[in-house]
Design a protein around this ligand. Sequence first.
Ligand SMILES: [Zn+2]
Ligand SMILES: [Zn+2]
Length: 218
Amino acid sequence: MMQMTRYCPTCNRSSNDVKFIGEFCEVCVADKIMKTLRDYAVVESCKSCKRIRTSEGYMPVSKNSLKDAIRHSLGTKCNISVISFDESSAAVRFSCQEEMGMVEFEKKIRIETKRTMCMDCYRRTSGYYEAVVQLRGDNGKADMIMKKLINFIEVRGAFVSRIDELSNGYNIYISDKKITASFFQLNKLKPKRSFTLYGVKRGNKVYRNAYLLRFDQS
Ligand SMILES: [Zn+2]
Ligand SMILES: [Zn+2]
């Protein structure tokens, strides 16, 4: 049976030329959704590390992180993907599930960058630390452990906020005490630990950990 040709009540396009979604052609349905969308997205960008804010925290700029930030800023229920982008705009593909079917279209979204500072950079610049590693004794061994330790914590996303060089070793100030503790565990090192109270966060006492490792002179 031949299907009867239909015409869109808005633009008069024929169903021989375009897909229909309910009463209207998909071009008009897409137009209607597009008119409800803002043509710009506000993206928060850390002025120090240049990462952008997503629902999973600050991430390096990529199609994926930008997609998350744009979708959040637009507040759209459509699924989106970023086809391409530069500093001031992104070509975005929208896939919107309407009652009568799926509507897809592309739209250029202007990007308004809001400069912020992420918590990591804030902590870095303010000298934040949770753990102090005190290495004492044999310089060669202390140097070796320090290199290993710094590499270990940096690949895990923590940072060194300060290093004091002393006549008999080093004090290394580290942003994350859990990562610091796991370094000793994984390397089967047994430092002498001590704790100092440095504040109260949401009713809980917060401690800074100090780890003292002594190396014998060889
Ligand atoms: Zn139409
Ligand atoms: Zn940052």
